[in-house]
Design a protein around this ligand. Sequence first.
Ligand code: IPM
Ligand code: MN
Length: 353
Amino acid sequence: MSKTYKIAAIPGDGTGPEVAREGLKVLEAVSKIAGFKYKLKIFDYGAENYLKTEEVLPDEGLEELKKYDVIYLGAVGDPRIKPGILEQGLLLKLRFGLHQYINLRPIKLYPGVWTPLKDKSAEDIDFVVVRENNEGLYVGEGEFIKKGTKNETALQVSRNTRKGVERCIRYAFEFTRKRNRRKKLTLCGKTNVLTYAWDLWERVFHEVAGEYSDITTDYAHVDATCMWMVKNPEWFDVIVTDNMFGDIITDLGAMIQGGMGIAAGGNINPQGVSMFEPIGGSAPKYTGKNVINPLAAIGALQMLLYEIGEEKASEMVENAIIYVTEHKLKSLAAGKMGYSTTEVGDLVVQNLK
Ligand code: IPM
Ligand code: MN
């Protein structure tokens, strides 16, 4: 008997529910074609729930989510709520609480998609960022010294553990091998200034590289990485980096692949419960208008399917997305697609094969 996947969906805030609905529509359609079963439960965590209960994600909620095979997330963030509360209480609590220590972000320009990079096309922009997702500056450690005085100092700690760095780097090497494209892994850091953190990263990188003689390795400082991502994106195959640098360079990446309408990511615990999301925010000003692009959310679903082992279904979804970008949409921008959110979801469903 084949397995029935237990899938948890958190549509979240703003346009999150609109795009998640299209992703779930595609899930239902592709499950029938590819022949797999799943049970879906929708969780209403997010702004509304917080305003009602004064809790973002209670510990029992986190425990409950551990019983699922995978989580599908729409978006978090709401202008009524102080920035940081929902992001930390929901998104970061899930990433840390479920030990999703990898944030995987493909930067792939699909055919028919406009890029701001002149003279670059789909062949040139196709790489993946492996972002460390549980450590670095995101651990929330630090302190104020002499707060509120003229002599105030604020400390923000970047914690990099040997274990945390090594598991991320190993994942990146394995990923580069499995991806089997150019078999090149670039470490993106700042060894010239951040001499503790990046000394550790660099040592571990070279040590692990010794076990992967089939992979070409490279190093680029984070500032130079930004430069090359714009000027020569074709140089990259897989980039591995820490949490903060990964956050920044993947927004740049999202722009060169066509914008937030298409950029998707996975928060991965290779041994546990992973979570997939469009990387753009909740886009409050478009809420309820049925104009936001759901392809990023559908791309997140495509990554989810791959991770749970439904590789054929994942490929079908990606091919349908490519068909839609190449032959249907006028633009990926909200309100300029030539179709509504719902219609774009329908177009993907119609082109699954
Ligand atoms: C992202 C987001 C988050 C991050 C925010 C919302 C906390 O920007 O997923 O990249 O910084 O990781
Ligand atoms: Mn970000």
